[in-house]
Design a binder for this molecule. Structure first.
Ligand SMILES: [Zn+2]
Length: 464
């Protein structure tokens, strides 16, 4: 996974301390080295997720049938206000463990539930209790960005908790509504003063638009440290502004496909040569698993390419987006988005030893292993993650997490789910999880044979 996307067969990777010491065939392991047999597997860089609302993980799967509208109601107006610091801790803890288990060694925690600094302390406590690499992207949806980002207690928090530790980066996370008064400008200035990047949900249908991009551009706040999450309903002009100022787009295809931010944009942004990374957004709907991200991103991109061609009566004979591209976005792309090209995202000498071994001898899907990029993108899944190293430390081995207290994470997340359920009341809780299904009807069909569609057949059809 270097710049030339080389695939090396029968190759050893030697890590010493925090770094990769050597990559090559028949390496001599130093005395006392731990040898992990990767034969029959794929050794790849740790994957990097550039946008995940880790705090929401204690409500895993709750919003499976939501649109963005329901999400906004529940997180911004109802449940989100109820989260206590210990609930933020529960979500972050579980999300951090979930990431390691799936070979995601770095996660940007898009943490917009930090109503108070105590919530932020809890978020960091959880991240620092798990041996993964994280970037806390500080946010607070309950206050205007200009307010929380300039508050003395926020500055104090940053001074105390963000110490330049290589394992915990820092950014600001807020959205730009498009209000012509541009009330978010002081928050951008705060980020500039702190010398940190901004990550923002951009091009989200009904929420943020080309106007948001224009304001940022004219304010001089679009920089290579800016990450545009989704960027799914933007004009070519906005993409050109992003491309010209060097920022990255974090594509969360599973999210865009079902929540409604806009069509997953890789098919459009490829033409603008904008750096791309991948993200899973939230485990309220989806799993924190970049195999899914790679797979759905390939699918959405290719589906759109075929669809656009068919509209013109044409046929796509060669796929433009390849498996190797999405594997690159999940690794080197994430490193680039986070400003870590120099030490993350690939297995090269001198880089940090964030390493994933995909190998599952018990699985019929593990062989034949002909096309490693294709195998990672379309065949592998989190259960095939055999070993994970972060910063040279083994955190998963032989399919089992090492030194992780899963029982404690379970207790915390169950306590949070129980608390939220009782705070909302059972009726609201179930209504939230089961939004109304819009009315629809089956079209009249002149070809229907009523004899053929017997009662028995009918009863097996789902009601729509
Ligand atoms: Zn998001």
């Amino acid at each position: 996974m270097d710049a030339r996307r080389q695939v090396l067969a029968d190759t050893d990777v030697l890590t010493v301390g925090h770094r990769i010491e050597a990559v090559g065939q028949h390496l001599d392991a130093p005395q006392g080295a731990i040898v992990i047999d990767a034969s029959g597997g794929i050794v790849m860089p740790g994957m990097i997720d550039t946008h995940r609302h880790m705090w929401q993980t204690a409500m895993r799967g709750y919003g499976a049938d939501w649109t963005l509208t329901q999400y906004f109601v529940w997180y911004y107006l109802e449940s989100g206000k109820l989260f206590r610091p210990e609930d933020i801790h529960a979500g972050n803890l579980l999300a951090a463990i979930e990431a390691l288990d799936a070979g995601v060694t770095t996660v940007l925690d898009w943490s917009h539930g930090l109503r108070t600094v105590d919530h932020a302390e809890a978020a960091v406590d959880a991240l620092q209790s798990v041996p993964g690499r994280y970037v806390l992207a500080y946010g607070n949806i309950q206050q205007p960005p200009a307010q929380w980002s300039t508050a003395p207690e926020f500055r104090d928090f940053v001074r105390r908790r963000i110490t330049g530790d290589d394992m915990l980066g820092f950014q600001l996370a807020f959205d730009v509504t498009g209000d012509p008064a541009f009330p978010e400008a002081p928050a951008f200035e705060a980020a500039r003063e702190l010398g940190v990047g901004v990550t923002t949900h951009a091009g989200v249908w009904g929420a943020t638009s080309d106007e948001s991009i224009r304001l940022m551009y004219e304010g001089g706040f679009m920089t290579p440290q800016t990450t545009y999450v989704h960027a799914a309903s933007l004009s070519a002009d906005s993409y050109q502004r992003i491309a010209a100022t060097g920022g990255s787009i974090s594509v969360a295809t599973e999210s865009e496909q079902s929540a409604g931010q806009g069509y997953p944009p890789t098919w459009a942004i490829r033409a603008h040569d904008i750096p791309v990374s991948l993200s899973m957004d939230t485990s309220v709907w989806w799993s924190g698993d970049l195999f899914s991200a790679m797979r759905t991103t390939l699918g959405a991109d290719r589906a759109r390419e075929h669809f656009e061609a068919h509209l013109k009566g044409e046929t796509v004979t060669h796929c433009s987006l390849r498996a190797e591209h999405v594997v690159e976005w999940a690794t080197r792309g994430g490193a680039h988005t986070l400003g870590r090209d120099h030490d993350l995202g690939s297995l090269e000498v001198g880089k940090k030893a964030d390493v994933v071994l995909i190998k599952n001898d018990q699985s019929p899907v593990s062989f034949p292993l002909l096309n490693p990029y294709g195998h990672v993108a379309f065949q592998a899944q989190r259960g095939d993650v055999h070993t994970v190293l972060v910063d040279g430390r083994v955190v998963k081995h032989e399919h089992r997490l090492v030194g992780i207290d899963l029982a404690a994470a379970r207790r915390e997340s169950e306590a949070t789910a129980e608390y939220l359920r009782s705070a909302l009341g059972d009726e609201a809780w179930f209504r939230g999880m089961n939004p109304d299904i819009p009315e629809s009807k089956v079209l009249d069909n002149p070809y229907t044979y009523t004899e053929y569609r017997s009662d028995a057949t009918r009863s097996t059809r789902p009601e729509v």
